[in-house]
Design a protein around this ligand. Structure first.
Ligand code: SAH
Length: 263
């Protein structure tokens, strides 16, 4: 359990309802149980609420019972801030590691989690509901004001056929010929169109991409193949390393935008 930042705030919760002064929000059984029996919260105490649209609100616990809880929003604690439009498109992997991807990608600020079925993907079913639960929990603990969208798994060919061409893809290609990720991202940081574009990181399964998949991807104008160093990383490590590099160089980890010559 992450510690709430403001004293007296029991926890932060993601909700779907609109948030405004006096808005009431109800929690179903599981979350009421969590508040009451795990966090030992009581009516009158304060929680933080966010819904991905209205910022973060201070809310008072009005009623708290086994079957459910009622919260009343009181005042906004934080404005909704724009977040990087960065998708993680990843070949799904086994249970514990895919949960890890959902949690850590949320912490790293991914805006969407998109499972993609590739030739060597060994997992045939993805529990997107569980991925979403992991993403919500991570967002609650990490002071995010949004929860990444979790998409249904899609075959690679379909994904690319429907791909919005303005969204660039950073393809993690383990083959040695790919450009080092930092060099590619630094170049894009100086290209105003690329720096302002929405992006996606794409990683393959434990078996890697098929040669034909890599060839096809690298021909697309919106794809840049990058390497993450001389070691072969596990799929989960590769996804998170690429997201961290992206955020540090082109995303919200770089602080204020780089100075222009005339500043
Ligand atoms: N098929 C590979 C291993 C795949 S690793 C083999 O055994 O040869 C799983 C995925 O992680 C890859 O598809 C790629 O997207 C990413 N990845 C792993 N290591 C990488 C590296 N050094 N650079 C870029 N991507 C990497």
């Amino acid at each position: 359990m992450g510690e709430a930042r403001e004293p007296g705030v029991v926890t932060r919760l993601y909700v779907e309802e609109p948030l405004s002064p006096g808005a009431t929000v109800t929690l179903e059984r599981d979350r009421a149980h969590y508040l009451k029996n795990v966090l030992r919260a009581a009516p009158g105490q304060t929680v933080g609420l966010f819904n991905g649209r209205d910022g973060e609100w201070r809310a008072r616990i009005d009623a708290l019972a086994k079957q459910g809880a009622t919260l009343v929003a009181e005042a906004r604690r934080r404005e909704q801030m724009p977040e990087p439009d960065l998708w993680l498109v990843f070949a799904p992997i086994k249970k514990a590691r895919i949960d890890f991807i959902a949690e850590k990608a949320t912490e790293l600020g991914a805006a969407a989690l998109v499972p993609v079925m590739t030739r060597f993907t060994a997992v045939s079913r993805v529990n997107t509901e569980r991925l979403r639960a992991n993403a919500i929990e991570a967002a609650e603990q990490t002071e995010r004001l949004s929860v990444p969208a979790v998409r249904e798994p899609v075959p690679l060919a379909r994904l690319l056929a429907d791909w919005p061409p303005e969204r660039r893809i950073l393809l993690c290609a383990e083959a040695g010929a790919a450009r080092p990720i930092a060099a590619a991202l630094h170049a894009f940081a100086h290209d105003s169109q690329a720096a302002a574009a929405p992006w996606a990181v794409l990683t393959g399964p434990e078996g890697g991409f098929a040669a034909a998949e890599l060839d096809g991807l690298e021909k697309l104008p919106f794809v840049t193949a990058v390497g993450l160093g001389p070691r072969i990383l596990r799929a989960d490590t590769a996804a998170l390393a690429a997201l961290a590099c992206f955020q540090a160089i082109l995303g919200d980890g770089r602080g204020r935008p780089p100075m222009r010559d005339n500043e």
